[in-house]
Design a protein around this ligand. Structure first.
Ligand SMILES: Cc1ncc(COP(=O)(O)O)c(C=O)c1O
Length: 380
């Protein structure tokens, strides 16, 4: 059986309740929420409301109506960047952001939106002193990834959020890697916006993400029409979540995500994080025994994701051998984060990335480490 160590891309397997929730939404409910009054439609409404409640509970959001469901974190981030920024605005981002942030901002340059990259340490942690000085004059937005998808490094978001609040600047937190693992307190931290993947540590199926927008922020939607509400009006509703949820929602995806979040609330994020951190410690220690291996250790670890390189071997060759000879799934290359690799000194080859999940066991990790030992003894 494949040892799946690519949970930072998408989690697998999901808890059994997730498969059952998807099946039930697709097979037993079938109807679309928010559009009809029949019993099946009301069941669909209940699934959607329950999912919003669970997301609010897990992410420290006070009003579930400020939780909107999108297709993924990328869509949530795009909604904010394109719906909040205007020509002439300046945005601050960290030097380890994902392409889901960097690419739309590169595109927005053509309409006069300027991006400033705040330097990070060589292990990828935001330099708070530089950050603070770049907040004056205040940019229109700050975007920070909560934890790097390359080396699992955690950013000092509580301190960064405090500085943003003091400067009156909204902070968009990209929690694609951390939602479901790290404590997130959208209200207490006074986040402006929050973007999450539904299919990673939140344990839902692909095709669903979360967007939170603080009530006082007027973020224009990317898409309009087909909300099922206020059909008599020509214009898109101006209230959340309808404002950001155009067209028929992905009910099976949202139902699966709600089940994933129920599982997390039951287990507790602390326990899930502790499990991942124990596994990543084992991976780091095991790999470091070989002097040819360089582990990209973060200053503060926020997830179980470990990246490494090997002297004289290309990351993609290692990934290929792990897959073909040992049936181990890891990711190799730039992981959609070239900026982070430039910061960490691993551009353009990238790294081998090993990301355990909630169902990964220490036996799986030992098998991976044994396989790496064999691979390295054969590939000199
Ligand atoms: C830090 C970070 N931001 C954004 C994304 C995009 O997430 P999604 O696949 O849900 O669009 C990812 C996914 O790898 C990520 O790791």
């Amino acid at each position: 059986m494949t040892i799946y160590l690519d949970n930072a891309a998408t989690s697998h397997p999901k808890p059994a309740c997730v498969y059952e929730a998807v099946r039930r939404a697709l097979s037993d409910i079938g109807a679309s929420p928010g559009r009809a009054a029949h019993r099946r439609a009301r069941e669909a409404d209940a699934v959607l409301s329950d999912a919003r409640l669970k997301a609010a509970q897990l992410l420290g959001i006070d009003d579930p109506r400020t939780v909107s469901f999108t297709r993924n974190a990328t869509e949530s981030i795009n909604i904010v960047l394109k719906g909040w920024l205007r020509p002439g605005d300046r945005v601050l981002i960290s030097a380890v952001e994902h392409n889901s942030v960097v690419r739309p901002l590169s595109g927005l340059k053509s309409i006069g939106i300027q991006t400033t990259v705040v330097p990070c340490s060589e292990r990828g942690t935001l330099r708070l002193d530089a950050f603070e000085s770049l907040l004056d004059p205040p940019p229109r937005l700050v975007v920070l990834t909560h934890a790097s998808n390359v080396n699992g490094g955690l950013q000092p978001v509580v301190e960064a959020a405090r500085l943003c609040r003091a400067g009156g600047v909204p902070l968009l937190l990209d929690a694609a890697q951390t939602a479901g693992l790290q404590t997130i307190r959208a209200k207490n931290w006074d986040l402006g916006m929050l973007a999450c993947s539904g299919h990673k540590a939140l344990l839902g199926p692909p095709g669903v993400g979360i967007l939170y927008v603080r009530k006082d922020l007027d973020v224009r939607p990317l898409m309009e029409g087909g909300t099922g509400s206020r059909s008599e009006e020509d214009l898109q509703p101006d209230f959340s979540p309808d404002r950001y949820e155009s067209g028929t929602p992905n009910l099976p995806g949202i139902a699966g995500l709600a089940a994933g979040m129920a599982f997390i609330l039951e287990e507790g994020t602390d326990a899930l994080l502790h499990h991942e951190l124990e596994l990543s410690r084992r991976i780091e220690e095991g790999l470091s025994l070989n002097s040819r291996v360089r582990v990209l250790r973060p200053d503060v670890r926020g997830t179980g994701t470990v990246s490494f390189t090997v002297d004289g071997l290309n990351p993609s060759d290692i990934g290929h051998i792990l897959d073909e000879a040992f049936d181990i799934a890891v990711r190799t290359g730039l992981h959609c984060a070239p900026l982070a690799h430039r910061t960490l000194g691993t551009f353009p080859e990238g790294t081998v990335r090993v990301s355990p999940g909630f169902s990964t066991s220490s036996t799986d990790i030992d098998y991976f480490l044994d396989s790496m030992r064999l691979l390295l003894s054969r590939q000199r």
